[in-house]
Design a binder for this molecule. Structure first.
Ligand code: GCV
Length: 664
């Protein structure tokens, strides 16, 4: 009897947390509502909207109404006296409206008198998968490709997840594209996926290999101005549309990192892109032509995309969109925006963000990316772009993204592409509440305080990562083979210079950083005049980009009054302290999170904190061999040994997540 009483008391006290400890594997993402009904089998996008509401909506009757005059994919939601009407000009709009309503329910918001009007900022909100036909995913840290043997249940969840945040397109394969992607057999596979995703308003796209006419077409050339080549593409495109009538178009990586392109035949990017655009045009297809180009001969990799593309401004067809990575180099923890965005005024452009954390701790580090995108949009006006692409962080891992918190980046990408003015905090709050049932809104409770701290962790995580990896404008000092850990010393003979860190950090006895000022590579000149002069002067250049634009003397005086060297040490150390703090915040949430997800996230946060030390110690000890200055007293001194760190290897390929990070 006594034992019973004690257990009852424990149950009472633990009350809700017992419910919360029911294990979850993350496979339901942010769509964790339990079904309240079984939906009738209905087809089409409107059918999906009806089925979602029948299955999950717990409120009064909802009417879905097609209404002219509303924006494409936009919708209104109005409710009164327990009745709700969702109106939209298209079925996709109705689906987005349905998900909006369900989101309100799931985040516990009032639904009694709604008067909502929404429309997406961008027409094209698209994921780029870097999936290979053999099932590997380039820079994929969450397992193998979900498209290899598409499982209908998994595809359904993928469709729901994307539609719930407004994503309406997906490129199924790697930009390093195998020509076989366009074989009839492979197109039939893409058709299967397109059929499964169509009910969610998602169109499929393919990355193509520019040499396909040679490699699978048996032609001698892939010259975009050659009549046989044009005919080959025309026939291929017609075949694609016979198989997939709503096919979206092509994504192209050309003359970049060994991929073929029009320059191989003495033609320009515009010649190549326009030829494809012309054959896609009658089908309403688009060409997303990437500007990620750089050649070993150039003195500054950051200058190259601009040098190749600016002369072509205004020469592209109207169904070509130039897809530009957010920064001029390559998805670094921090880069200035790519100057092409403000320079190319006569060409439709779209930004490519990377959700998969190739340079941000892969699927081991909690790094919430919405603040990085917000920073980008503080320089590049959202309205100056045509569309938004995100390199997906999705694989066949049970929790989709390898790290439960990496799901937030998929979620935030969709929400930001729908509305770039949503704040990272708003997005984090709605994601957290739906994904972990953790809400910071209930006032004065210990839980809400913890939730606020967790939101803060998310919001601070990108800056923390910058600090423990490469503060003050440092970039590309990653390990040569895997882009996960530090290897600022990596410079083997025979490897092209712009694939080695010393090319970027240029450490010497004078200082650290790449001189991109007018006295250096003149990269600053690619920015508008105001920014050019701001960046050009070491005393006005924002400190978070200092070594990006300047070779900074070790004793340069920073705004804090410290020397540059001391500041560098402090920043690295700040990053480590923050990473440790993330773990402390998470640990306190243990009673409120199911055991499985709690344990999995905790394990990752421990790796992150250890890796942060690895980064700090490796970089500071290595740079100290140039600066010859002591590490300041108020900074935690390295706990590792440089020689040992220089020998440490993580034997992974570019298709894997490093299981444990730094393990010495
Ligand atoms: C798909 C970087 C990555 C490559 C990637 C390339 C690109 O170089 O390391 O894996 O290739 O960017 O975006 O094309």
């Amino acid at each position: 009897m006594k034992r019973f009483l004690i257990s009852a008391l424990v149950l009472l006290v633990a009350g809700w947390s017992i419910a919360a400890t029911h294990d979850e594997d993350g496979s339901r993402l942010w769509l964790r509502a339990d079904s309240v009904n079984t939906a009738a089998a209905i087809t089409g996008v409107k059918g999906t909207a009806m089925a979602e509401l029948q299955t999950f909506w717990q409120g009064g009757p909802v009417t879905l109404k097609r209404q002219k005059g509303l924006a494409k994919d936009g919708y209104t939601i109005k409710s009164q006296n327990g009745k709700t009407v969702i109106a939209a000009a298209s079925d996709a709009g109705l689906l987005y409206g349905a998900y909006h309503l369900l989101r309100l329910q799931q985040t516990g918001q009032g639904i009694a008198s709604l008067d909502i009007s929404e429309q997406p900022f961008y027409d094209l909100r698209i994921l780029n998968h870097w999936d290979n036909p053999n099932g590997t995913v380039e820079r994929g840290f969450a397992g193998r490709s979900i498209f290899l043997n598409p499982d209908p249940a998994r595809m359904k969840m993928y469709g729901r997840a994307n539609a719930s945040v407004g994503i309406n397109g997906t490129v199924l394969n790697n930009v390093n594209a195998k020509p076989e992607v366009l074989s009839t057999e492979s197109l039939q596979k893409s058709k299967e996926i397109a059929d499964l995703l169509r009910p969610y308003g998602i169109r499929v796209y393919l990355s193509i290999n520019f040499a396909s006419p040679i490699r699978i077409g048996g032609l001698q050339t892939a010259d975009p101005l050659n009549a046989d080549v044009v005919r080959w593409w025309k026939d291929k495109v017609n075949e694609i549309y016979r198989i997939i009538p709503d096919f979206g178009g092509f994504l192209v990586k050309a003359n970049s990192e060994g991929e073929p392109g029009p320059q191989d035949f003495g033609r320009t990017h515009a010649d190549g892109a326009n030829m494809l655009a012309d054959v896609l045009k009658p089908h309403d297809g688009v060409v997303m032509w990437r500007a990620f180009v750089y050649k070993p001969q150039s003195s500054d990799r950051a200058n190259q995309a601009y040098e190749e593309f600016m002369p072509l401004d205004g020469q592209f067809r109207d169904n070509v969109i130039i897809q530009v990575k957010n920064g001029p180099i390559d998805f670094q923890p921090r880069e200035p925006y790519s100057p092409l965005f403000t320079a190319m005024q006569k060409t439709p452009m779209m930004v490519e963000f990377q959700l998969t954390q190739e340079y941000l701790g892969a699927a081991n580090h909690l790094v919430y990316l919405a603040p990085m995108w917000q920073e980008f949009f503080s320089f590049v006006k959202p309205a100056s772009l045509r569309a938004m692409a995100g390199v997906a962080n999705i694989g066949d891992n049970i929790n989709w993204c390898g790290h439960h918190f990496a799901q937030a980046n998929w979620y935030a990408f969709g929400r930001t592409a729908w509305n770039p003015s949503l704040t990272p905090q708003d997005i984090a709050e709605e994601w957290l509440e739906q994904t972990f049932s953790l809400s910071a809104t209930a006032t004065n409770s210990p839980l809400s305080t913890l939730c606020s701290q967790l939101i803060h962790v998310m919001l601070a995580s990108r800056e923390a990562c910058v600090n423990y990896m490469m503060p003050l404008g440092l970039h590309h000092i990653f390990a040569g083979s895997h882009h996960y850990g530090p290897e600022p010393w990596y410079s083997p003979r025979g490897v092209r210079a712009d694939w080695t860190p010393p090319y970027y950090h240029k450490a010497d006895s004078i200082g650290l950083g790449f001189n991109r000022t007018l006295s250096g590579s003149a990269n600053v000149k690619q920015y508008p005049a105001e920014l050019c002069s701001l960046y050009n002067d070491i005393n006005t250049c924002p400190e978070n980009l200092l070594t990006w634009f300047h070779h900074v003397p070790w004793d340069h005086r920073m705004s804090s009054g410290r020397t540059f060297w001391d500041e560098l040490c402090l920043k690295y150390d700040d990053g480590v302290r923050e990473a440790r703090h993330f773990l402390t915040v998470w640990d306190a949430l243990q009673p409120y999170v199911d055991c499985q997800r709690f344990g999995e996230v905790q394990r990752k946060l421990r790796i992150q904190a250890r890796d942060a030390e690895w980064w700090r110690d490796a970089c500071l000890l290595y740079f100290q061999t140039f600066s010859h200055r002591p590490i300041p007293q108020d900074v935690e001194h390295p706990v590792h040994n440089l020689d040992e760190m220089m020998k440490f290897r993580i034997p992974i390929s570019m298709y894997e997540n490093p299981e444990s990070g730094y393990t010495k």
